[in-house]
Design a protein around this ligand. Structure first.
Ligand SMILES: [Zn+2]
Length: 476
């Protein structure tokens, strides 16, 4: 080994060691479970640490990205892989920047620096922020990349979504060495079509997924203001729209259209606590029936993405069904807490598409009238710019609420938005704990309090609810 090689190895070991110390320190003092600080410390000491981790993981790495659904999809893929592979590493804490990958690796290490429970096989699933994909792909060269969707989200952080889509395509085009072995792409989102094109042109195995059931298509009240454009400059038209900009689309001018999905949900039934899905595979090998124990169409898309990713990894969709049907939910997403016979359910929403889907799910499938607490914060993790609430369809809540309370640092903006939509606000206060108590007091036993919140509000409320029923307030 060269002197440089030895220097890099020592620097790597030092970075891991100090990262581990930062993690332990953070956990002892209970600073949010230490989900990002260990990666931050290690990356500061060894900036190239992701390359070294990728080598240790033998490139058995899956990246999952998109505006909505990263955490849920990554969790499902991890659970499917765990049914076949000895040890699956993931950044399940939800820290999805470059340092989150490092934090996940450090968390998985025992005191002696050896991957816990490592025996024969090893894989890793990382959710990666959409803006970080080009740089992290070039450093880690993952085997499989999963692209879920791309919609307007926290524009103050990253700029227009078209530039993000271009940056993905450019990164693959400029350096063929970072092309993955397989791409998994949502065929229903026209913004992702260029990635399918990249896959085809480079003869990369490309598995697409999508929906084909008019019974769950959006009606006109949910059609957003954003228009999508084809690379030829003409606008995209939709035969059916399912979620945000995803649907059965085609260009109004040239012959580009949604490719026939390889994993296609041909029948979807959405219920109050689950969804039934019929999935047809492009190779016509089988039609699969499955029950998803999560609400809403986003959950169905997450399942299709997870089945496709596992297929790309070598696990046939039929072998994923049992895991999908028994899959556990993820931290703070449709998570339920029960005490004093009152069920509290947390919904995470951080952009108009995500919020629209939550509101649609609540009004179409939940008990009515709704007990609803909305929380809007504007920390960096939530997105400083809260103007997106004017793109969300609050109007659908008209006459659907028993009470509606607003909270968070921008409670006043939220309550104004509701009033403009013609929805009476029972009470509005920036103090989240006081509003949580207000909402719980007004929710009768056997009823459900639904809390729809941005990220930091979710963390605060989840911690409080977890403490009340005596479970861990942090990720483990
Ligand atoms: Zn076109």
């Amino acid at each position: 080994m060269s002197v440089m090689g030895i220097f890099n190895l020592i620097r790597f070991e030092l970075a891991i060691c100090l990262g581990k110390c930062a993690l332990l320190f953070s956990q002892i003092f209970r600073r949010g479970g230490g989900t990002a600080v260990s990666g931050l410390v290690a990356t500061f000491i060894q900036p190239n640490i992701q390359q070294q981790i990728s080598k240790i993981l033998s490139r058995e790495v899956i990246f999952v990205t998109g505006t909505n659904g990263k955490t849920g999809t990554s969790s499902l893929i991890s659970q499917i892989l765990r049914s076949k592979i000895d040890f699956v590493l993931s950044n399940s804490s939800g820290s999805n920047l470059a340092r989150g990958v490092v934090s996940a690796y450090i968390s998985s290490l025992g005191i002696g620096g050896i991957l816990k429970r490592r025996r024969h096989s090893l894989a890793s699933v990382f959710e990666v922020d959409e803006a970080v994909i080009p740089s992290l792909s070039s450093r880690m060269n993952p085997k499989i990349q999963v692209f879920l969707n791309l919609s307007r989200d926290q524009l103050d952080r990253y700029g227009e979504i078209d530039s993000i889509a271009s940056s993905w395509v450019q990164s693959f085009s400029s350096d063929s060495r970072i092309l993955p072995d397989a791409l998994v792409v949502n065929a229903d989102d026209p913004k992702l079509f260029s990635l399918i094109d990249v896959g085809r042109k480079n003869s990369i195995r490309t598995i697409t997924f999508g929906l084909d059931d008019s019974s769950v298509a959006l009606d006109d009240s949910f059609n957003g203001q954003e228009r999508d454009y084809c690379a030829c400059g003409s606008h995209i038209r939709y035969e059916l729209k399912y979620l945000g900009q995803s649907g059965a689309w085609s260009c109004s001018s040239c012959d580009i259209r949604r490719p026939a999905p390889d994993v296609l949900a041909t029948k979807v039934v959405l219920e109050s606590d689950r969804s039934y899905v019929e999935v047809e595979l492009a190779d016509r090998s089988e039609i699969l029936d499955l029950t998803v124990h999560q609400q809403g169409l986003y959950s169905v898309y997450n399942v299709l993405a997870a089945i496709s990713a596992a297929w790309a990894y070598g696990i046939h969709p039929a072998d994923s069904i049992d895991v999908i049907e028994s899959a556990t939910g993820v931290f703070g997403r449709q998570e339920e807490f029960l005490f004093a016979n009152v069920k509290t359910k947390i919904w995470l929403a951080k952009n108009p598409q995500g919020l629209n889907e939550v509101l649609r799910t609540l009004t179409e499938t939940a008990e009515s009238p709704l007990n609803l607490l909305l929380v809007l914060n504007d920390e960096i993790q939530d997105g400083r710019d809260i103007s997106w609430i004017y793109d969300a369809n609050f109007e659908i809540l008209a006459s659907r609420c028993k009470f509606l309370a607003c909270s968070g640092s921008r409670a006043h903006n939220l309550s104004l938005r509701c009033l403009i939509a013609g929805i009476p606000v029972s009470k509005s206060d920036s103090n989240i704990m006081s509003m949580l108590n207000f909402a719980l007091d007004r929710t009768l036993p056997t009823e459900t309090l639904n809390i729809v919140t941005t990220y930091t509000g979710m963390i605060e409320i989840r911690e409080e609810l977890a403490n009340r029923i005596g479970i861990s307030p942090y990720w483990k």
